[in-house]
Design a protein around this ligand. Structure first.
Ligand code: NAD
Ligand code: MG
Length: 284
């Protein structure tokens, strides 16, 4: 695993949405020691924000486990193409779909296209997200407020509505929430609110879909080294260093949790959140 405490985090210079290709210190996507064991063989997965960071790591781990992967991303073509190469290197199919999930029309179209190409969708990973920091919550602009809520939670619910008709018993929905939903974050008042909503969405939807045996869970990352961080936050020199493990995590250290939630290993689990955060104890 990469020694993340030696990353010169503050030296990155990224503009949003953040290109992984432009990072000086690249995130670790998969550990050399990771061995796939056909846990997702033949499954068809759709991963939003799958071009980079945590989503890229999920895509590559799913591919290692034998799943075909459709990746939806905002506009980072180079990152998306690289992820496609990494996925296809595992001998599975990869579909790329570029567009803005905050536009309902795109959500609807993209699901129709992926469902047509894949036949059905077995795993939906709702992972795309965005954030703006603001010192004073009174300065959060209406535009940023709307963009953050639309992208992070409203689009998530709408996209899930579109995907649901293409799912069968045993299908999985896995949402990326955040530790900020549990601990709060003084600079991310609106973002953390969307993440709280994602946790509640996960719990409520799991109860409705339990009788259909469609399992809905979430992962709450702590500080993970991805393009989102240098692209959207200032003063990140000590990012992750206040956790018990004393460093930020890598995408390679969180993606296996998504494999677990997508696989036969988690059949008695729904409505829950896995906390991968460097050892911080949070309620729920
Ligand atoms: P990332 O920037 O690599 O991934 C986020 C992706 O979301 C982007 O690649 C982008 O293509 C996609 N996206 C954003 N807005 C979109 C839109 N309107 N339409 C379509 N796609 C859009 O960063 P990441 O850290 O891997 O983020 C993945 C998820 O993890 C996010 O939901 C984020 O909130 C969450 N998260 C990250 C951390 C962390 O420390 N990195 C911590 C907690 C939660
Ligand atoms: Mg990206």
């Amino acid at each position: 695993m990469k020694e993340t405490t030696t990353i010169e985090k503050g030296k990155e210079n990224l503009s949003r949405p953040g290109l992984e290709a432009n990072m000086n210190t690249k995130p670790e996507i998969i550990k050399d020691s990771y061995r796939g064991s056909a846990k997702l063989k033949g499954k068809r997965a759709m991963i939003t924000g799958g071009d980079s960071g945590i989503g890229r790591a999920i895509a590559v781990h799913f591919a290692k486990e034998g799943a075909h992967v459709a990746i939806v991303y905002l506009n980072e073509d180079g990152d998306a193409r690289k992820t496609k190469q990494m996925v296809e290197a595992e001998g599975v199919d990869c579909i790329l779909k570029e567009g803005d999930l905050a536009q309902f029309k795109f959500c609807k179209e993209v699901v129709e296209q992926v469902a047509q190409e894949f036949g059905q969708i077995d795993i939906l990973v709702n992972n795309a997200g965005t954030q703006y920091t603001e010192q004073n919550f009174t300065d959060i602009s209406v535009a940023h407020l709307e963009e953050t809520f639309k992208t992070n939670i409203v689009a998530m619910i709408y996209l899930t509505q579109q995907v649901f008709p293409h799912m069968k018993s045993g299908a999985r929905i896995i949402n990326t929430t955040s530790i900020t939903a549990y601990k709060g974050h003084p600079l991310l008042v609106d973002y953390s609110s969307t993440k709280g909503a994602i946790t509640s969405f996960t719990r409520s939807l799991s109860q409705q879909l339990a009788e259909k045996n469609i399992l809905v869970n979430a992962v709450a990352p702590g500080p993970i080294w991805t393009p989102l961080i240098p692209a959207t936050m200032n003063d990140i020199d000590d990012f992750g260093e206040h956790t018990p493990l004393g460093r930020c995590g890598q995408p390679s250290e969180i993606a296996p949790a998504y494999v677990f939630l997508a696989s036969e290993d988690s059949t008695y689990m729904t409505g829950q959140v896995l906390h991968i955060n460097g050892g911080q104890v949070v309620g729920g």
